[in-house]
Design a protein around this ligand. Structure first.
Ligand code: ZN
Ligand code: ZN
Length: 340
């Protein structure tokens, strides 16, 4: 039986292909059919440049690492046929120092679908069918909407950034950037009972930030930065823009934490380093997630977050290229979903 797959063959070129899975499923894996997938900034970088963060793709690849799926063949595991599962894309080695410390996000030998991490590249989830390790499949209750469950991976990334920043109830939190990651950080922080302010350079994006749970929204250029000086306990940088990072260093209080969630591309820039010294600011990076995947699935199951407000558009899998073009245009406020 063949299934439809999308292949990125060169920059800005997605080919639709028919493929077939091997007859036997690898031990410890289950066979799945896609329920819903979603687009990430990483997918966009690969689509635009055939590379991301300096890693060039060596061969055509199916993009996608955010998805949920139905079990087609449980391959002797405890899962039931038809079961909806959230997919954790991090396939760590379990052997290295980072793995032994429980820091699977920093595993030096991990496999990650739809990326240049390993050669030949492991295909991602933008296809109708695939096999995935059963340990990386988290079953959920029947009533969970797949269009919400696909947020598990990006929400886990956002929660990791909140955890690195130490965000808890009552904290004054600024989230710079109201793209999909910023919106999830806003929703996650609001669900924890933090007092959230968001900022963006676009009014429409900041408005969605309020819908996501921010109590205040700032539009860059329309307020006096003096007014936010030292006003926040934690800042989550989710824009990837250096000026936003400098604003974060200003807005954070003495001894506060700035947590970097955005995929800041390698660049030379002037950063207000003196503020880090003067205010004893803690600056932490946040890369992927660990136990936050489970935390994210539980938060989705709780129904506390309105994922429909965080969704910009839904496309058919066969129109993945159009979906990526929309994301590239910057015209979407929120996540873009793909359905088979
Ligand atoms: Zn992602
Ligand atoms: Zn490892």
């Amino acid at each position: 039986m063949t299934y439809l797959t999308t292949k990125l063959t060169s920059a800005q070129t997605i080919e639709l292909q028919n493929a077939s899975l091997p007859e036997t499923i690898e031990d410890g894996h289950v066979r799945l059919k896609l329920a819903t997938a979603s687009l990430c900034g990483t997918d966009l970088h690969y689509f635009k440049h055939f590379s991301n963060a300096g890693f060039k793709l060596q061969n055509p690849v199916t993009l996608g690492h955010e998805a949920c799926a139905y079990v087609v063949d449980a391959n002797g595991s405890d899962l039931q046929t038809g079961q909806l599962v959230a997919l954790n894309p991090i396939m760590n080695c379990g052997q290295c120092g980072a793995c032994k410390r429980g820091e699977v996000n920093l595993c030096t030998a991990k496999k990650f679908p739809g990326s240049a991490t390993t050669v030949p590249h492991l295909d991602g989830f933008f296809r109708e069918q695939f096999d995935h390790p059963v340990a990386q499949c988290r079953p959920v209750a029947k009533e969970i909407n797949p269009n919400h469950l696909t947020f598990a991976e990006p929400l886990a990334c956002a929660l990791h950034a909140l955890n690195k920043g130490g965000v808890s109830k009552g904290d004054k939190v600024l989230i710079t950037g109201c793209g999909p990651m910023g919106l999830l950080a806003i929703a996650g922080a609001a669900a924890r009972g933090a007092n959230v302010t968001c900022s963006d350079i676009r009014q429409e994006a900041a408005d969605v930030g309020v819908k996501a749970g921010a109590q205040n929204a700032l539009v860059v250029g329309q307020f006096d930065e003096c007014d936010i000086d030292r006003q926040f306990d934690v800042v989550i940088e989710a824009s990837g823009a250096i000026p936003a990072f400098n604003m974060a260093l200003r807005a954070i209080r003495q001894k506060g934490t700035v947590s970097i969630l955005s995929n800041i591309q390698l660049s030379k820039a002037e950063v207000a380093l003196h503020l880090i010294m003067l205010k004893e600011i803690v600056v932490v990076g946040s890369f992927q997630f660990n136990q936050e995947f489970e935390e994210a699935v539980k938060l989705i199951e709780s129904g506390k977050i309105d994922f429909d407000t965080l969704t910009a558009a839904t496309y058919q899998l066969s129109n993945a290229a159009d979906a990526l073009e929309l994301m590239a245009s910057g015209g979407a406020n929120g996540k873009i979903l793909l359905q088979p």
